[in-house]
Design a protein around this ligand. Sequence first.
Ligand SMILES: Cc1ncc(COP(=O)(O)O)c(C=O)c1O
Length: 397
Amino acid sequence: MGNKTIDKAKKYIMSTYASFPLVFDRGEGCYLYDDGGKKYLDFVSGIAVNALGYGHQRLIEAISDQTKKLTHVSNLYYNEPAVELAEKLSKHSGLDKVFFCNSGAEAVEAALKLSRVYCKKNKSKDAYKIISMKNSFHGRTFGAISATGQLKYQKDLDPMMPQVDFAEFNDLEDLKSKITPETAAIIVEPIQGEGGINTADIKYLKDVRALCDENKIVLIFDEVQSGIGRTGKFFAYQQYGVVPDIVTCAKGLGGGIPMGAIIAKDQIADAFTPGSHASTFGGNALSASAALVVVDELMEKGLIDNVVEQGNYLKEKLEEVKNKYPEIEEVKGTGLMMGVSLKGVTPIDVVKKAMEKGLLLVGAGSDVIRFVPPLIVGKEEIDEFIEIFISALEDLR
Ligand SMILES: Cc1ncc(COP(=O)(O)O)c(C=O)c1O
C-alpha cells in the first residue's frame, strides 16, 4: 500500500524532504496510524504543530461548523473568527495588534518588514539593518532564510538579502559590537528550536531589551516554535518577564490548520497602513476558527497547566535517563519543548530505531533529539515514550 504512494510521491513531489518511507492515514490523541495499521506514539506533532493532538472533538466541530458557514473572504472585508482571535492574541501576549498570515516564515517576513517600515518612519531612513543570532532558524522564504544563522540552509541560494548581521546567541558583548545607527531590528528565538533547543539566559534577554530601548531598535521574538503554550506560558518570553515589540507565531496556533500571525505594540503596528503588507489567506475564517479552539483550550480550559505539569514530569524522567545512560549529555528545554544532546550515538540512528519501535522523534541541530509531543500528552504516554526511548538507546549499543 505505502509503496505505491511513496513511488508516486517520488515521481510527482519535489524532494525537498528526506522523508521516511511511512504513509500516515489517521491519528487519535497522541497516536498516529500508518496505512498498514501500525500505531506510533507521536513526539513530533508535525514539528510542534498539533497542539491538541489528533481527532480533537472540539476542533473537529469548530472546523466543520465554520466550513458550513464560510471558509474565506478577502481581507477587503471583516470576518468574526479572525477579529475574535486577534483580541485573544492581543490579550494573551500583552501586545496590541495582529497581522495574520499562514506560516512561520511569513510571520517572520511580516515582522522584518514591519520593523523596517517603522524605523524608516520613526528612526531614520537609513535604519534598515537586521541583527539575527548564529544558529537561529527563521524559515525558508528569502527574507527569513537571509535572517537564519545557519549556512547549511543558505547553500546554493546566494546572494542572500543584504544588511543582515549575525551575533553569538547569549553573548551581549558580541551583540553590542554589531549594533550601528542603521540597525532597525534584532530578531531572537527565546529558545532556539531547529538550532538544538538552546535556551536564552534571562539576564541576556533583559539586557537585549534594554539595548533595544537605548538604541531605538525593534525587538522581535520569533516564537513560531516556542509560542502558543509550548513552554508552559502562552509565549516563552512570559517565562522571562521580557516583552518584545513584535512576536511571531504559527505552528501550534492553528492546531494543524495553516495559520500564522505577528502581534506588535500599537506604536510599532501603526506603521503599517493600507497597502504596506498583505496576505490573501491571512486570517481566513476557517483557520481562525481552529485557532480560537486552540487558544481557548490552552488559556480557558486549563491545557496550559497540563503543559507545565507534563513538562516537569518529562524533564524529571529525562534526567533519570541521563543519570543511567551516558549517551545523554544534557537535558535541554522547557515545558513540552524539550530535547537531549547525545554523545556516541547520532540523532538519526535514534530516530530510526525509535520509529521501528513505534515512537516518532525528530532531531534538532547536529546532536540533539527533540521532544515536542501534542500539548494534551499525559503521564502514561510520557512513561511509554521513556520506555521505548531507553530501549532504542540500548539496541544501538
Ligand atoms: C523559530 C522558527 N521560525 C520560523 C519557522 C518557519 O516556519 P514555517 O515552516 O511555518 O514557515 C520555524 C520552523 O521551524 C521556526 O522554528
